[in-house]
Design a protein around this ligand. Structure first.
Ligand code: 13P
Ligand code: SF4
Length: 311
């Protein structure tokens, strides 16, 4: 495997040779974000995957994101640098259990966060992301009962926002769950004028101390526009790379975990992707996403509803 600048040059060469596009999430390491053709939140990345003319999508994110790309663009080869790049929310929602839960509540529709397996998408009515959930829930008649899974914090946040009861699946993101309220309060005392921007995957005791709540893209937009010189960022800290690029004269501080620093809030799944593994994936077209066609078609229905309703 080439090293250093040779590795980057080889990735660029293979990308051209394969007619590939590299899609990267904001939680990827800076060197991967820099090599990506497009960096975005889950909704934007799904849209890019659906629109691209490339033959190969190299997805630098986690497995459910690469699967979403395959569901929307089945004729394309979708590769993921490390197939073990999962998500605690996906793990918290096994399809068989979700199916049984749905059967127990036949009068409810299932509104499901995109952070889940293709099988769970296939069992759902409408998929949402953190940036589309609000727009979508606003279009669902108030009398319609809703199951919201697998992120109970995003579900709880929406439920409070709309003053609307929903049956919440008990999944959490281990990254956002790890922020410490007492450490955040200490940091706020140290920077009394700094606003806090939080992802809705955060638990309520973090949301309650936040000045804005939104998807990774919304947080980045806020970072570019806020008045002041310091921002406390309550989401995965790799997004700070884009903030520092866009607004180099301001100070961005990752919200702390129990140990007082933000390193414990690095997503261990996202961190599995490396430049070396991206190079191998482009060279070998492996690891590659393959999917049962029946599951893909059923999952596409709920994803298409999201894309239509959030247009
Ligand atoms: P968004 O980028 O859609 O806000 O989602 C964050 C996330 O947890 C991805 O795993
Ligand atoms: Fe999953 Fe949380 Fe990692 Fe996002 S940050 S991929 S929700 S574990």
């Amino acid at each position: 495997i080439p090293q250093g600048s040779d590795l980057i040059a080889e990735i660029e060469r293979l990308k051209k040779e394969r007619n590939a596009i590299i899609l990267g999430h904001y939680y990827q390491k800076p060197e991967i974000q820099e090599l990506s053709d497009f960096v975005g939140d889950s909704l934007e990345l799904s849209r890019k995957a659906a629109e691209t003319n490339a033959d190969v999508i190299a997805f630098c994110g986690v497995k459910f994101m690469a699967e979403t790309a395959k569901i929307l663009s089945p004729q394309k080869t979708v590769i993921l640098p490390d197939m073990n790049a999962g998500c605690s929310l996906e793990d918290a929602c096994p399809p068989q259990k979700f199916k049984a839960f749905r059967e127990k509540h036949p009068d409810h529709i299932a509104l499901t966060y995109i952070n889940c397996s293709a099988e769970v998408k296939a069992l759902s009515d409408i998929i949402v992301t953190s940036s589309s959930a609000e727009t979508i829930i606003a279009q669902i008649p108030p009398e319609q009962k809703i199951i919201f899974g697998p992120d109970r914090h995003l579900g709880g946040y929406m439920s409070r926002k709309f003053n609307r009861e929903m049956l919440l699946w008990p999944g959490v993101c281990i990254v956002h769950e790890a922020f410490s309220e007492s450490e955040l309060l200490k940091l706020k005392a140290q920077y009394p004028t700094a606003p806090v921007a939080a992802h809705p995957e955060c638990p309520p005791h973090i949301i309650d101390h936040s000045d804005m709540v939104g998807s990774t893209s919304a947080i980045l937009k806020f970072a570019k526009e806020f008045v002041g010189d310091t921002l406390i960022v309550a989401t995965e800290p790799h997004i700070i790379h884009q903030m520092e690029k866009a607004v180099p004269n301001k100070n961005f501080i990752g919200a702390p975990g129990a140990d007082g620093n933000c390193a414990c809030n690095i997503c261990p799944y996202m961190a599995l992707n490396t430049l070396e593994k991206l190079y191998i994936a482009l060279r070998d077209l492996s690891p590659q996403i393959h999917m049962d066609e029946e599951i893909r078609l059923a999952a596409k229905k709920s994803l298409d509803r999201m894309l239509d309703m959030s247009a």
